[in-house]
Design a protein around this ligand. Structure first.
Ligand code: A3P
Length: 269
């Protein structure tokens, strides 16, 4: 079983060698995008799957037919996984006039908790050990640093007009407004009924019951749903997991690593 502290480097960036290969990362960095492509970028457990569902629904104008019949990895493949190469060729909807990037972030305490639970069901990831051990790795470089990821991507949002930054908390607190923002960013304005249908079909309960997005189609040796579910909780679950001591430690690392960063985070509902 792979250990949490085993990471390899690709072009100076750490990555977990048990999940991606240098070849698959090479494929990702040399991938040629089309003007019509939409790129969803996120650190794991930040709401990636949710945004995949929202973008699918927006491009279908709220009609759930596509999102109910095609698995999310076929409609929004991961660039860094080799097996996605074939699907990538066929997947982009010919809707948009400019290559667009949607960056999704989430408060890092909830990311850490979600990621920890995900390690328990994802057999392709290493055993997470105790939450304490996992948190230590998370605050360092495990899976690449969360801190570098967020600072790297958000430092460009104002300068680049085809990059939209959406947070998990925005989706959670105002899904309707977020969908309108995403649809106008993608130059696909929707009428009110279409927005309402997108909201309905990307709600927590709707996604939890849709096997094209809730990962229950994935074989048990890859994801074992008897150990937990992919769709778990929302904002502020970290409060059920962090001890006072862990929280203080987290805050001190956060304050030092996020120095100079003006982003504001929503930590609870
Ligand atoms: P939790 O583990 O806290 O429940 P990713 O897709 O980046 O791996 O992120 C997964 C997280 O997004 C999980 O968080 C999952 O429950 C949450 N999520 C996915 N769809 C959601 C929805 N419609 N409403 C609220 N949370 C959602």
């Amino acid at each position: 079983m792979a250990r949490l502290d085993v990471t390899e480097k690709f072009q100076g960036i750490s990555f977990p060698g048990h999940l991606h290969t240098k070849d698959s990362l090479e494929f990702a960095v040399s991938f040629l995008f089309k003007d019509t492509d939409v790129l969803i970028v996120s650190y794991p457990k930040s709401g990636t799957t949710w945004m995949q569902e929202i973008v699918t629904l927006v491009s279908s104008r709220g009609d759930p037919q596509f999102s109910r019949t095609v698995p999310n990895w076929a409609r929004a493949p991961w660039l860094e996984h080799y097996y996605c190469a074939a699907v990538l060729e066929a997947s982009s909807p010919e809707l948009y006039s400019l290559f667009c990037v949607i960056y999704v972030s989430r408060n890092p305490k909830d990311v850490a908790v979600s990621f920890y639970h995900f390690h328990k069901i994802a057999n392709f990831l290493p055993e997470p050990g105790s939450f304490h051990e996992f948190l230590d790795h998370f605050l360092e470089v495990y899976y690449g640093s969360w801190f570098d990821h967020i600072k790297g991507w958000t430092s460009h949002t104002e300068a680049i007009n085809n990059l939209l930054h959406i947070t998990y908390e925005q989706m959670s607190l105002d899904l309707h407004g977020t969908i309108k923002k995403v649809s106008s960013f993608l130059q696909c304005p929707l009428v009110e009924d279409e927005v309402n249908n997108c909201v309905k079909h990307s709600s927590f309960s709707s996604m939890r019951d849709n096997n094209m997005i809730n990962y229950t189609l994935v074989p048990k040796d890859i994801m074992d749903h008897s150990k937990g579910s992919f769709m778990r909780k929302g904002i502020g679950d970290w409060k059920n997991m962090f001890t006072e001591e862990q929280n203080q430690y987290f805050e001190s690392v956060f304050t030092s690593k996020m120095q100079g960063c003006t982003l504001e985070f929503v930590w609870e509902k």
